[in-house]
Design a protein around this ligand. Structure first.
Ligand SMILES: Cc1cc2nc3c(=O)[nH]c(=O)nc-3n(C[C@H](O)[C@H](O)[C@H](O)COP(=O)(O)OP(=O)(O)OC[C@H]3O[C@@H](n4cnc5c(N)ncnc54)[C@H](O)[C@@H]3O)c2cc1C
Length: 669
């Protein structure tokens, strides 16, 4: 982890005074010392290849050059994965280990044109292809003989999947489907790698057979010649243009002009079209949820990595940076000594832990529910779906706000691309939109919560993550208790109160003559907030419970810090939601005052361990890729080194001086 160069004295002092063993925490976060060892070994293997090293920083390249560099790096990375698969005789794990987590992003800082192959193309084949189809496609995809992507969104529709316009019409005479984009708005728009990278694609299209539409289905479509890479006849494909971030991902558009594909290219694990055109319906439309939920859980894990990266950069910088002079005769303090700065950073650290533990929890639930699905048991599917929706929405939104707060915490230098905070923000804020737009996801969870509340009120027993609604429906406002468990109960009361109010408001609006849909829409701001409150209950309680379980055999020093972080996170959110707590619980002015003191006291207690806590994320300099966040804290030297890489600094006078500036100044332009 550490670079061999001299470490900034302030940063070293922070490390010296850390009260717990940093390696112990690293091991805890990785899931054991062996896992830390394995991660470090993998990072060493991958980074040793030097794929991440850039001759000219990619921000100074043109759009086209950026893409070409991203393809080069992605290919070298895939080549490495292939080698690791052979050497270690592994499968999908090598993809996940090298591309997932923070390692992939360290090599392709602005996104990879080949990621969709691994995050969407292969998982969709695994989830929706029959055994025979898998035998044919997965081998080819796995060996990277073909590169795929996933095209669902169209120019005209993203959220409303039923509104997609691309058609796939079955022709029994040739046993083919004919793919067509009837309008401009039917063009696929957004898929990563679609523009110039992938040669195959899973296309979601409206399936027509025997004159009847059966809704959206997945088709494997060849887009480009495997040899020349030229688009096949009838395929109109290109790039959608420059974006706020993720400019290496090669997002594309795609239109079809009566393109024919074999019948077998419909992924038929769930629904089928027989040779004569007979449509055989899926036993449950819910079976296709699997891939979607897998991706959402992966997103939550990604958010932990981005937050860990941003808080590491901003915290180390805050230990090095000195600013202002609050006491006239004393030197300028480290900015980390300002309570407002601790407020910006320490909650970020606890957020990374909270999300990681929530992600572990839902990952286990996902695996259990998937195993149950294989045996035809779908009981916990709606609960998992509701939880994965709100968790994706809340974690991505919060990650975006943590990263932005970290950027602001670094003042002007945080605005530099060299800090790596802007690119990190670009990644995180994109996740608020892709794989289900956040508001839409919160409203999906709200639908589940409204039903759950009605069941709770009717006395029906509820699944574990909404069981608190039954307790709330049965009891009156409990007495306020200003402890951690009291706060957790307070959040349950708050969430239940919000959900109950939404149900009451919808009913009231219906009684006043509105349709259910209009009553829902009029209540939707409250519904989205209720959904967020429910998610908060889940995150806070799983963070608390999982930490208790996790630190059972930890040293007393580490245990103390871990609980301080949990307390900080819970008290922080209580203070953020004071208005709601006043409205829905019996919290008093005095309780709030105590919470505020408690929060400030926690910040002060955690302050000496701030650097130790971010060091424990164990992010190598190559992964942080930041002049402000490097292990040695040589912030100013690195900023200057990076500035000197600007192509403008290659010559003392730019030609535009002679061409424009001088003639302009002399009135001759
Ligand atoms: C970086 C990036 C990568 C992407 N990659 C892919 C990809 O690989 N493949 C792919 O197929 N797609 C991809 N997408 C597309 C993405 O999935 C969609 O953008 C997303 O689903 C949102 O749909 P939309 O853009 O149509 O937004 P819209 O649905 O038009 O949303 C616009 C606004 O309307 C609101 N809204 C919409 N419906 C409702 C409702 N029912 N109730 C209340 N409010 C509503 C939303 O909350 C939002 O505020 C990507 C997008 C991004 C940004």
């Amino acid at each position: 982890m550490s670079s061999k160069t001299k470490v900034n004295a302030d940063l070293q002092r922070e490390r010296d005074k850390c009260s717990f063993n940093i390696t112990e925490l690293t091991n805890l976060l990785d899931g054991g010392a062996a896992m830390t060892e394995e991660r470090r070994r993998r990072e060493e293997t991958v980074l040793k290849e030097g794929i991440h090293i850039e001759e000219v920083p990619s921000e100074y390249l043109s759009h086209k050059e950026k893409y070409e560099l991203a393809v080069k790096k992605a290919c070298l990375l895939f080549k490495l994965i292939r080698r690791l698969q052979e050497e270690e005789n592994t499968g999908m794990e090598s993809f996940r280990a090298v591309l997932g987590g923070s390692l992939g992003a360290a090599i392709l800082q602005d996104g990879s044109p080949l990621t969709l192959h691994y995050v969407m193309f292969i998982p969709t084949l695994m989830g929706q292809a029959t055994v025979e189809q898998q035998a044919y496609w997965i081998g080819r995809a796995f060996n990277l003989d073909i590169i795929g992507t996933y095209a669902q969104t169209e120019l005209g529709h993203g959220t409303f999947i039923r509104g997609l316009e691309t058609t796939a019409t079955y022709d029994p005479s040739t046993k083919e489907f004919v793919l067509h984009s009837p309008t401009l708005t039917a063009y696929k728009w957004w898929p990563g790698g679609l523009a110039h990278s992938a040669n195959y694609c899973i296309v979601m299209a409206q399936l027509y057979t025997n004159g009847q539409c059966h809704g959206i289905h997945p088709f494997v479509v060849q887009l480009r010649d495997e040899e020349t890479h030229m688009p096949l006849p009838g395929i109109k494909v290109g790039e959608i243009g420059a974006k706020l971030g993720m400019n290496g991902t090669n997002n594309g558009f795609l239109g079809f002009e009566h393109v024919r594909i074999p019948r077998e290219h419909l992924l038929m694990k769930n629904s089928q079209v027989l040779e004569d055109g007979t449509y055989v319906k899926s036993p449950s439309s819910k079976l296709t949820y699997g891939t979607m939920m897998f991706v959402r859980v992966v997103i939550v894990k990604d958010m932990c990595n981005y937050i860990a990266k941003a808080v590491t950069i901003a915290t180390r910088y805050s230990a090095v940076r000195r600013q202002s002079q609050p006491k006239p005769d004393e030197p300028e303090p480290q900015i980390l000594d300002y309570l407002t700065q601790q407020h910006k950073l320490l909650v970020g650290i606890s957020t990374a832990h909270a999300f990681q533990l929530s992600a572990e929890w839902i990952w286990n639930m996902y695996n259990n529910v998937t195993a149950e699905l294989e045996t035809g048991d779908m009981e916990r599917l709606p609960e998992l779906h509701a939880l994965s929706c709100c968790l994706k929405a809340v974690t991505t939104a919060e990650a975006a706000s943590v990263v932005e707060r970290c950027r602001l915490a670094c003042g002007g230098h945080g605005y530099m691309l060299a800090s790596n905070l802007p690119l990190t923000y670009g990644h995180v804020t994109a996740a608020c939109t892709y794989e289900g737009e956040n508001t839409v996801l919160l409203l999906q969870t709200a639908r589940y919560l409204v039903k759950a509340w009605q069941q709770a009120a009717a006395g029906t027993s509820l699944p574990p993550t909404v069981r608190y609604l039954s307790r709330a429906a049965a009891a009156r406002k409990p007495r306020w208790d200003n402890s951690v468990s009291g706060l957790l109960h307070g959040f349950e009361t708050l969430a239940a109160g919000k959900i109950a109010l939404c149900v009451a408001n919808i009913e009231k609006r219906q009684k006043s003559g509105l349709s259910y849909e209009d009553a829902w829409n009029m209540t939707s701001v409250q519904l989205a907030e209720a959904s967020e409150a429910h998610c908060r209950v889940f995150i806070l309680s799983s963070y608390y419970e999982e930490t208790e379980r996790l630190v059972k055999s930890s040293s007393p020093e580490l245990r103390e810090v871990m609980f301080q972080l949990v307390d900080l996170y819970i008290v922080y959110w209580a203070l953020q939601r004071i208005g709601d707590l006043l409205r829905f619980t019996s919290i008093s002015e005095r309780d709030i005052e105590k919470l505020q003191y408690w929060y400030e006291d926690l910040l002060t207690k955690l302050r000496p361990n701030a650097v130790g806590l971010v060091d424990a994320f164990d992010l190598r300099d190559e992964i942080l890729h930041s002049a402000l966040g490097a292990y040695d804290g040589r912030v100013y030297e690195r900023l200057m080194e990076e500035a000197l890489k600007s192509p403008l600094n290659a010559e003392p006078v730019n030609q535009s001086f002679h061409k424009y500036l001088k003639p302009f100044m002399q009135g001759k332009l």
